[in-house]
Unconditional design. Structure first.
Length: 201
């Protein structure tokens, strides 16, 4: 069982030791980029669960991040539309389905992020994509030597990683308690051991 918003959420009987009854993103997405993105967002969500005082819900936050693009590769034109079907087939409950679908709000979904976790997922999805694109442009291929100021410059350049919506990043971060720019520095060292989003403060 995993915990979310004060209730216990049952796991699929085939779940593994990570609490993921859906066996990870590779069951649904095959492209290495999509798998890395899923793992990155999972790491970010786990870090934020601890940071925001929801440590007892870390597994649920992580699973939502891991599977947020469950239908993206197989059904790109039905992103967040096919997700409920795939998730239900795997035994997911309504809480996870709502969380996953909410990350596409305003773009491909009318499910609005309501809980703090959903708001963070909504903002972090696009931002992790931007950060990953910036890292791939660096000689090191890493963000370990990247300054936040460099990321902000990339953010302002709308031609760079044009598929990462700046409006979504702003809207998502503005829906959080603090100012949206704090999201840049709070995405520091969330993923272990590779820490693909770790940036210098």
């Amino acid at each position: 069982m995993i915990s979310y918003r004060g209730k216990e959420i049952k796991q699929d009987e085939n779940s593994n030791d990570k609490g993921d009854g859906l066996r990870g993103p590779e069951k649904y997405n095959k492209e290495p980029f999509h798998i890395l993105h899923a793992l990155t967002v999972e790491g970010v969500m786990r870090w934020f669960a601890q940071d925001q005082g929801y440590g007892e819900e870390e597994d649920f936050w992580g699973i939502a991040g891991l599977l947020h693009d469950i239908d993206f590769e197989m059904y790109p034109e039905q992103h967040c539309v096919k997700a409920p079907e795939l998730l239900r087939e795997a035994g997911a409950e309504d809480e996870l389905i709502h969380a996953v679908c909410s990350h596409g709000y305003g773009l491909v979904s009318d499910v609005k992020p309501e809980h703090q976790m959903e708001k963070i997922l909504f903002a972090s999805d696009e931002l992790t994509g931007l950060i990953g694109a910036a890292a791939r442009m660096r000689p090191s291929g890493s963000v370990m030597d990247m300054e936040v100021s460099s990321l902000k410059k990339k953010f302002k350049d709308k031609r760079f990683a044009a598929g990462c919506s700046r409006d979504v990043i702003r809207e998502g971060a503005e829906g959080l308690a603090g100012p949206w720019r704090s999201l840049w520095t709070r995405l520091s060292g969330p993923c272990d051991p590779a820490k693909p989003l770790s940036v210098k403060r």
